[in-house]
Design a protein around this ligand. Structure first.
Ligand code: FDA
Length: 300
């Protein structure tokens, strides 16, 4: 019954007024301004977490806006340095210009990469839908020379990912996630257990290639398997970190990780374009219907 109600909520969520979605969004988004976001970074750092900051938004359709976002990221990198925060940045290619031209994307990534190196920091290129996989990987490879402060994301649900991983240089830096976009079954695994098996296969390959892995999942079963592998293969703490999304309850999975004193980084999104991201997160919440009903009740 709960599953059915959840499915109905997922199918109708776009019909819910934006002001109402904003109430749910507050769980997953750290405010609108850079100042809001940096406050959250400081609070999380004080609790022992590293952070990666993401300015929300995607598919920017003007060169001017893509440049403004790039500049905002540059200012954030400077602020992180001045305030001595443990925080890097995550960037979506379509947010900084890939819909306009590959050249603009490359230029903006180059600016961000150079500024981040100047500030002794690191940039992560997020992975969007499969139409952008080649462009994203090429952009990363173009900037990656050796261990030089840049990383990319690979998605365990794509069949192609194993080949993509094998083609990365040893010593690269990836975030490994399951993948969030609704891809066609001809290119993406659809069965949750099979995605998890592929995740583990990919993780082992990455460790073998001395690739640094941001292990990005909240899935307690998967995390248990990952912890086993780390133990069995005796993987050094310097070769990985766990990554989780701001606002997603972490419960037992986090306890297990923290007991081992492994590094945990929280992905903190913020900004005016909070809607699409929040919808994605709300749809992934297994308690979505309970949550919606509870918040409706609070509103009254
Ligand atoms: P799964 O979806 O199976 O969730 C496991 C458990 O976590 C659930 O049973 C539930 O208990 C809890 N949970 C998960 N989401 C929740 C929510 N929203 N609210 C409440 N509870 C929730 N994807 C992508 O395509 N490109 C990218 O660049 C990134 N980047 C990224 C960074 C980081 C740090 C993370 C953690 C994830 C991403 N993702 C991503 C998203 C990722 O691909 C995936 O969609 C989500 O992490 C959910 O998958 P899980 O691995 O958590 O498992």
């Amino acid at each position: 019954m709960l599953n059915l109600i959840n499915r109905v909520v997922i199918l109708t969520i776009h019909l819910i007024p934006k002001f109402f979605i904003k109430i749910f969004a507050n769980q997953y988004v750290a405010g609108i301004t850079t100042k809001d976001a940096l406050k959250t970074v400081k609070r999380l750092n004080d609790q022992g977490f590293a952070v990666t900051l993401d300015i929300l938004g995607e598919h920017t359709n003007s060169k001017g806006k893509a440049e403004l976002i790039t500049k905002q990221y540059c200012d954030i990198l400077a602020q992180i340095n001045i305030n001595n925060l443990d925080c890097n940045i995550s960037i979506k290619p379509s947010h900084i210009g890939s819909d306009i031209s590959n050249k603009l994307l490359m230029k903006n990534i180059r600016i961000l990469h150079e500024i981040s190196m100047k500030n002794n920091n690191f940039i992560r290129i997020d992975m969007e839908n499969s139409e952008l996989t080649d462009l994203t990987l090429n952009t990363y490879k173009n900037r990656y020379i050796s261990e030089n402060n840049i990383g990319v994301v690979l998605q365990a649900y794509l069949y192609r990912t194993e080949q993509d991983l094998l083609q990365l240089k040893d010593g690269s830096n990836i975030r490994l996630c399951k993948g969030i976009y609704n891809e066609n079954q001809s290119i993406a695994i659809k069965i949750p257990d099979e995605i998890n098996s592929n995740y583990i296969r990919l993780l082992k390959i990455a460790f073998k290639k001395h690739i640094y892995v941001g292990i990005a999942t909240h899935d307690i079963h998967l995390i248990k398997k990952v912890l086993d592998i780390i133990d069995k293969l005796n993987i050094d703490k310097s070769m990985f970190e766990f990554q989780m999304l701001y606002g997603v309850p972490m419960g037992n999975s986090l306890d297990n990780i923290i007991t081992k004193k492994y590094r945990v980084r929280i992905y903190v999104p913020f900004g005016e374009d909070w809607y699409e991201y929040s919808i994605r997160r709300i749809k992934e919440n297994p308690n979505i219907s309970k949550y919606v009903i509870k918040n409706m009740f609070l509103i009254k």
